[in-house]
Design a protein around this ligand. Structure first.
Ligand code: NAD
Length: 257
């Protein structure tokens, strides 16, 4: 599978799944644009390392995905966007009657609204280039719910719905739009939930992972960022050209339950 000559823009890609996807797309030959809201030497070094080890062009562009204008500017500054991966995301866990409004708004802005803005900016470029892939990183929580994750579940269900609409609007173009729905992946986003969960259930780390986090993941294994990167590469392949408007679960069987 060669993506040589294509450019992938991956939002929220200085860690976790986004970074894993950037690596796999670069290994498949795509030039990559990494992004987050920070602008540190470490951020730029991540892009440099990808460029050095894979030979593609890799850049890091700072843009805050909670700001619609910045989302659109990221796509414009990238100069090309054949593959758009809407991956930036945050989480907050709290009962809905105590859920802070600012956290709700930030989750909807970063996990959902950003994809509206980047997609709106990227589709004209894809149409002009005659090829495109929109890949939204949703979640098992785009298909099912869990208590205390109201904003996240709302945003992820929302992005699954938006994916279907984008697919219908691009159905006659050589563009596809799909959502990848990971189960639990051991990234900083998930690591951050472990201490609170340990305290809440009075459990150790291993017990929290096995009995709480992976309770609904029948494989009892985390999915890896490399597997998610490989799934993104597959969705960019010719074999996936007629796969559009759907969800691809990478969740160890969670949503089969
Ligand atoms: P992560 O915390 O490692 O990555 C999140 C990324 O988003 C980081 O690069 C972060 O810098 C970036 N980000 C956060 N706020 C931003 C902002 N305002 N502007 C730009 N970038 C911003 O976590 P992850 O697990 O890799 O999450 C990536 C995506 O995968 C998220 O959309 C998340 O909801 C989804 N997801 C994760 C899991 C999991 O188990 N880890 C499961 C299902 C879905």
């Amino acid at each position: 599978m060669s993506l040589t000559g294509k450019t992938a823009v991956i939002t929220g890609s200085n860690s976790g799944i986004g970074l894993g996807m950037a690596w796999e797309l670069a290994r498949a030959g795509a030039n990559v644009v990494l992004n987050s809201f920070t602008d540190t030497s470490e951020d730029h070094a991540l892009a440099q390392e990808i460029a050095d080890k894979t030979g593609v062009t890799a850049r890091y562009i700072q843009a805050d995905m909670s700001d619609g204008a910045a989302c659109r500017a990221l796509i414009d500054t990238s100069g090309a966007c054949d593959i758009l991966i809407n991956n930036a995301g945050i989480q907050h866990v709290c009962p809905i009657d105590e859920f802070p409004a600012d956290k709700w708004n930030a989750i909807i802005a970063i996990n959902l609204n950003s994809a509206f803005h980047t997609t709106a900016a990227a589709l004209p470029m894809m149409r002009a280039a005659g090829w495109g892939r929109v890949i939204n990183v949703a979640s098992a929580h785009g298909l099912t719910a869990s208590p205390y994750k109201s904003a996240y579940v709302a945003a992820k269900h929302g992005i699954v719905g938006m994916t279907k609409t984008v697919a219908l609007e691009t159905a006659r173009d050589p563009i596809t739009a799909n959502a990848i729905c990971p189960g639990y992946v051991l990234t900083p986003l998930v690591e951050a939930q472990i201490p609170d969960t340990m305290a809440k259930y009075d459990m150790g780390r291993d017990e929290v992972i096995e009995k709480v986090m992976l309770e609904r993941q029948p494989s009892k294994e985390f999915a890896t960022v490399e597997q998610l990167g490989g799934t993104a590469v597959f969705l960019c392949s010719d074999a996936a050209a007629q796969i559009t408007g759907t969800t691809l679960s990478v969740d160890g069987g969670w949503t089969a339950l």
